[in-house]
Structure formats: structure tokens, C-alpha cells
Design a protein. Structure first.
Length: 558
């Protein structure tokens, strides 16, 4: 455990830890005592206030953050071992490269060294930050002991996509952002890299239930939500048939994430394993509302897990002759070219405008470079407030992507030369809670060969027979329960918004347990709009558990 490590800070100039308890504020509730990971807090039973042993304190500041009365003040530098970074590589040459740019730990020794940084918190906020609620302290402890099979088995209880999620999750906004060290303002434990090391190096495989084959469940779609649902159903002994309209299974994992972030062999793995375990996969099989009604009569339950597929059009004014490419289709097309070993001829030496500044926009831009194009990304938000992953952005810029924050495209027009002229203005966004405003008299014009919209996607409700269907709001309404408040994760003094984001994800996770209508469950993008891989998978698993529980209780009462 961390408490057995040396308490000497590697920084020679580190300030010694000083702990102050304001006795007039302390109510003796002992929330800090039960959550201190190093047993540095005790209770003075005479005065009924807590005391802190500075010799044991490591400066994680959990006590300070979660105290409801602001009765504790911790000063000085946190005593945390140095973070063990993983390697990032820049492909040379980058043209048509499929080289994975983010590498994991290359040895058990490195992984164990990073694992030693985990505090094994009694109330692990990292678990709350993880949409799947993986037992993060549990699997890290197994790594620390060199038990990789045990670590993978621990992860498999709540995730069927450890090898994928560890590569594509925005850990900084989820598990790592909720790590006690991150909340204290220092480098978090490298949870994502540790999860990847386990997924890539363990030989353990899950055991599925013998085929009771009941209930019979149809799953529509084959992306992360469908993978989670199918895996959990098979684990519980159900019979599963999956209906996918494309000619390949995997949804976003196969056509929406470039190989430099998620190698194809990793993206293929989930359905290879699930089909071997008994799932029946129907490709090139699109389900409309009429077909959905038929499935409801043929199966005990139906899980609607299709993705958000309707692209959001840019607000820029443009005539019908201006062609705007869809980011999803661009990634699929360019990905096929690069993985085949050649650049797409229609993109070589082309100037490309990408409207939108999220992760998908960076993926398009980086893929454009690999196909010989010159991309420019336009994002109207301030750089500090953009939703893009920090590592994704830094890698894109290192590879030569030209990113302009606080800019917006006002209009697009087709020129006689065939190029598309973009009229681009500056915007200003001094605060995150305010939308950007266009700066007057700041418009410039620039010509491009290709324009791509990367502003996200909407859910098509026609499958559910409701063209006005809207995903449920993600925001959490009301006060969180006592366990959330006491963890300090949602405290206004927390160093980032990860607690607010985590609590919001609980809305979709809880809702996925309940049917949308008789015999039909909705999960993932179809439930909450565009979602992350891990939260979609977690919702699929939660719906599957609810279906099996409901079916078996129904059988028992008959």
C-alpha cells in the first residue's frame, strides 16, 4: 500500500505538510477519519474533534475537500511518488501511417511502479468517476502484486472493453480526473495506462454461463452499447441475436476511431470473442420501426443500441452547391485508404477546412495529414473550454494540424475555380458559462478544396416510431445522495468538473435499467445522445442485467 512507501517527497524543495483542524468548526462527524487512506486522522473522544498526525499525512487533501464545515486546512506539498509516463510516438514518415501514437507500459516493473502511487482510498472517487464503476483500487492492487490475471478478472466484472476503453477513454474527465491526487492538484495515477497493460498482457478470459438460452434477446446495433449488452446477456446465460445494418460489426469502434488511436485488431476483438461465445450476428440487416415491432413479438426483449447517425450541419450560410463532408464518412473512407497502404487520391495536396474542435475534428485532421492534405480546424470556443482531449490536441498540433480556437465560419461559397471560400471571423469567450460572441470587423476569407463538418451527431427517432424523439437530458437534477456529497467529489472546491460530469452520467446509467416501452430497452447514443464508449457499454450492461432479472422473476411467478 502507499502508506508503506517512503514519505520523503522526491522534490528537494518541497514544503513540509502542515495540518490544521479548526476545533470550533469540527462537528466530529468523522467523515474525514473513515476516508483517510493512510490512517493519519484520529478522534479526540474528550473534545469530540478530529486530530491529524502530520507525520503520517501524505497531503492528498481528501479530508480538506470533503469536510462539510471547512474545519481542516492542509498546507505543503503532496507526498506522492513520481508519475511513470507512457511513451507517445510521432510517426516518421506520417504519410499513410497507421502506427499507434500512444503506447502503454512496456514492462511489469514500470506498471508496478505506477501502481504504487495508488492510495487505495477507502472511498475511491476514481470509481465514481468511471462510468462503468470499475473496481480501480482492486485491479491496481493486483498489478502491484504481479497478478495480471486477477487484475483482468476484476476489470471484467464491469467492462467488456478494457483494451478499447484504456486506449480511447478521456481518462482526465473520468477516472483519472476523479483520482484523489488529481483532486489535490497533482498528477493522478495512470489508471488508463495500467488498464491497458492488463488488457494487453493477461491471458485470462471470461467464463460464460452454460447455455440456459433464456431469455431470448434481440440487440439492434453493434457498437459499444451493444457489446456491453451482448456480453452481459451471454454471461447470464441468455440467447442473443444482434442486428447490424453495416457489413462490419463494431459501430464507432470500426469506422469512427482511427487506427493510430485504436488498432483494427483491437477494435475487431469484442465481436470475435462474443460470437465465439454464442452470439448470433446478422450483418447488412437494417431494422426499421416495422421490423422492431416484429422483433418485439419474436423475442423476450429488445435492446435498441444504435448510434447517433444524423450529422449536425454547421450554422454557416451556404448555397446548395457547397458540398460539406460528414466527419464519420470521411474517417471511414480515409481509414480504409490508409489501412490499405495508400493515400486517398482525392485528398492529396488538398486544403481542408474542418468545422468543429472536438476529438472527432482532431481525428479527421490527423487522418487528412496521413492522406497528404493540409487541414485547418476552426473551433468557436476558447481553447480552455473546448471539449477536446488535451493529449489528442497536443498530438494533432505536433503532427502539423493548424487549430484556430475562438474562430467561427460565418459563410461558405463556391468559387468559379471550384474551391470553397470560407468567411471566418474571430470570436470571444472570456467565460465558460457564456457562449462565444463574434468579434466585429474581424472577418477574413480563405479558400479550401474540401470542407468537413465535425460538430457531432443527433439521434434519429424513426426507429422507435417517434420522429420527435429526443434523448434524455444528461444533467443531474436535485441534490446528490449522501454518499456522493460525503466523497467530496462534487464539492465546489474540487479542482475540476469531474464530479459534476460523473454525477450527470449516472442519469443515463440509472435510466438504462428501465424499459422505454413494453419489452424494449434503449441504451447508449439512442438513450442520451452522443456518448462515450465506456458509458454506452456500461448502459448496455445495466439494461442486460435488468432484462435477465425481470425475465427470471416473471418466470418464477408464472
Amino acid at each position: 500500500m502507499f502508506a508503506t512507501q517512503s514519505s520523503t517527497n522526491p522534490n528537494a524543495d518541497a514544503k513540509a505538510i502542515s495540518a490544521t483542524v479548526f476545533f470550533d468548526r469540527c462537528a466530529g462527524c468523522q467523515d474525514c477519519l473513515v476516508r483517510c487512506p493512510v490512517n493519519a486522522i484520529d478522534l479526540d473522544e474528550i473534545d469530540w474533534v478530529v486530530t491529524i498526525d502530520e507525520a503520517l499525512c501524505v497531503g492528498c487533501r481528501q479530508c480538506e475537500r470533503l469536510c462539510p464545515f471547512s474545519a481542516i486546512k492542509i498546507e505543503g506539498d503532496s507526498l506522492v511518488p513520481e508519475h511513470v509516463p507512457t511513451a507517445h510516438v510521432s510517426p516518421t514518415p506520417i504519410f499513410t501511417s497507421t502506427l499507434e501514437t500512444r503506447l502503454g507500459y512496456d514492462s511489469l516493473e514500470a506498471a508496478q511502479k505506477e501502481a504504487q502511487r495508488c492510495l487505495e482510498c477507502p472511498d475511491p472517487t476514481c470509481v465514481r468517476g468511471c462510468p462503468a464503476h470499475n473496481d480501480i483500487p482492486g485491479f491496481i492492487d493486483a498489478i502491484r502484486r504481479g497478478e495480471l490475471d486477477e487484475a483482468k478478472a476484476t476489470l471484467a466484472k464491469t467492462s467488456f472493453l478494457s483494451d478499447v476503453c484504456s486506449r480511447v477513454c478521456n481518462q482526465g474527465a473520468q477516472c483519472e480526473g476523479a483520482c484523489s491526487w488529481a483532486l489535490a492538484g497533482v498528477e493522478p495515477v495512470g489508471i488508463g495506462a495500467l488498464e491497458r497493460f492488463v488488457a494487453d498482457n493477461s491471458n485470462w478470459y471470461p467464463q460464460y454461463a452454460d447455455a440456459e438460452k433464456s431469455p431470448r434477446v434481440a440487440v439492434i446495433g453493434s457498437g459499444p452499447a451493444a457489446i456491453g449488452a451482448t456480453g452481459q446477456l451471454l454471461r447470464d446465460g441468455a440467447q442473443v441475436e444482434v442486428f447490424e445494418r453495416a457489413d462490419i460489426a463494431g459501430g464507432l469502434l470500426r469506422y469512427g476511431i482511427p487506427a493510430f488511436s485504436l488498432p483494427d485488431e483491437v477494435a475487431r476483438r469484442p465481436w470475435t470473442d462474443l460470437c465465439e461465445q454464442g452470439a448470433t450476428l446478422h450483418l447488412n440487416h437494417e431494422i426499421d420501426h416495422h421490423a422492431l415491432e416484429e422483433l418485439k413479438t419474436q423475442f423476450d426483449a429488445v435492446i435498441v443500441a444504435h448510434g447517433a447517425t444524423t450529422a449536425i450541419a454547421p450554422p454557416a450560410k451556404h448555397a446548395d452547391d457547397v458540398r460539406i463532408e460528414n466527419a464519420e464518412e470521411v474517417l471511414e473512407t480515409l481509414g480504409i485508404s490508409v489501412e490499405s497502404g495508400y493515400a486517398h487520391p482525392g485528398w492529396i495536396d488538398q486544403d481542408v477546412l474542418i468545422i468543429g474542435g472536438g476529438n472527432t475534428a482532431m481525428d479527421v485532421a490527423r487522418m487528412a495529414i496521413r492522406n497528404g492534405a493540409r487541414p485547418m480546424v476552426i473551433e468557436w470556443l476558447n481553447r480552455m473550454y473546448s471539449p477536446v482531449r488535451s493529449d489528442e490536441l497536443s498530438e494533432a498540433e505536433l503532427e502539423g494540424v493548424n487549430v484556430h480556437f475562438e474562430h467561427t465560419v460565418l459563410s461558405l461559397e463556391k468559387m468559379p475555380s471550384g474551391k470553397i471560400r470560407a468567411n471566418i471571423a474571430k470570436t470571444s469567450q472570456p467565460r465558460k458559462d457564456k457562449l462565444p460572441k463574434v468579434v466585429k470587423d474581424s472577418t477574413i476569407s480563405q479558400d479550401f478544396d474540401i470542407v468537413v463538418a465535425a460538430l457531432g451527431f443527433r439521434v434519429d427517432g424513426n426507429l422507435l416510431g417517434n420522429s420527435n424523439y429526443r434523448p434524455i437530458p444528461k444533467g443531474y437534477v436535485g441534490l446528490p445522495d449522501r454518499t456522493w456529497i460525503a466523497s467530496g467529489l462534487t464539492s465546489p472546491t474540487a479542482a475540476n468538473r469531474v464530479g459534476e460530469l460523473a454525477l450527470s452520467r449516472e442519469v443515463g446509467l440509472s435510466r438504462s435499467e428501465f424499459p422505454y416501452e413494453d419489452n424494449v430497452w434503449v441504451v447508449g447514443d439512442a438513450l442520451i445522445g452522443p456518448s462515450t464508449v465506456v458509458e454506452a457499454m456500461a448502459q448496455g450492461m445495466r439494461a442486460a442485467e435488468a432484462i435477465v432479472s425481470y425475465h427470471r422473476s416473471k418466470v418464477l411467478t408464472q
